[in-house]
Write a protein that binds this ligand. Structure first.
Ligand code: IMP
Ligand code: MG
Length: 179
């Protein structure tokens, strides 16, 4: 039977609601100025990035469309399975467009490098990557991150869209799970 995960599993609040809000405002300003006079297709990587994308897109003052895609490399474990599968593809045509991929977190970089390669085959004008959290383990695969909310250590974190076994995405802050 699947187990319910509650916030009792959280060791400490790692990034507060206010810190997240302030950082997203900064990211939004940076993206708005980098793409001044242009349009964006914001691609939210489900499910983890849904809350981050909802806040980030409202801090970007540019004409934009939002689309969604979903890949999974984790299954239900806290360790990567090493294999990525595409679960949901885009609806929009991205050919010749500026694409901003919004992801919750990069661990090994496997998921994002797979998604970027997949999107690149459709000839967008640019592909930029915005992640809420980047773990140092990404340095191995070296996915280029254009906009990073927070550099974190290799702890397992939850909240603000990030889950543990599907739970705790609704927490307004980012917390570290007890080891
Ligand atoms: P990667 O393919 O190893 O980079 O794994 C990235 C995906 O694993 C992310 O999109 C998340 O869904 C998930 N993930 C990685 N680290 C964490 C974490 O600390 N908490 C929750 N999900 C995580
Ligand atoms: Mg994810």
């Amino acid at each position: 039977m699947s187990e319910t995960v509650t916030n009792k599993t959280i060791e400490k609040i790692f990034i507060t609601e206010t810190e997240i809000k302030n950082r997203i405002e900064e990211l939004g300003k940076e993206i708005t100025s980098d793409f001044a006079g242009q349009e964006l297709i914001v691609v939210c990587v489900l499910r983890g990035a849904f809350i981050f994308t909802a806040d980030l897109c409202r801090s970007i003052d540019l004409p934009q469309k939002i689309d969604f895609m979903s890949a999974s490399s984790y299954g239900n474990a806290t360790k990567s399975s090493g294999k990525v599968t595409l679960e949901k593809d885009l609806t929009e045509n991205i050919e010749g467009k500026n694409v901003l991929v919004v992801e919750d977190i990069i661990d090994s970089g496997l998921t994002l490098s797979y998604l970027i390669n997949h999107l690149a085959t459709r000839n967008p004008k640019t592909i930029k990557v915005c992640v809420l959290c980047n773990k140092p383990s990404n340095e191995q695969r070296n996915v280029k991150v254009d906009y990073c909310g927070f550099k974190i250590e290799n702890d397992f974190v939850v909240g603000y869209g990030l889950d543990n076994k599907g739970f705790l995405r609704n927490l307004p802050y980012i917390g570290i799970v007890k080891k």
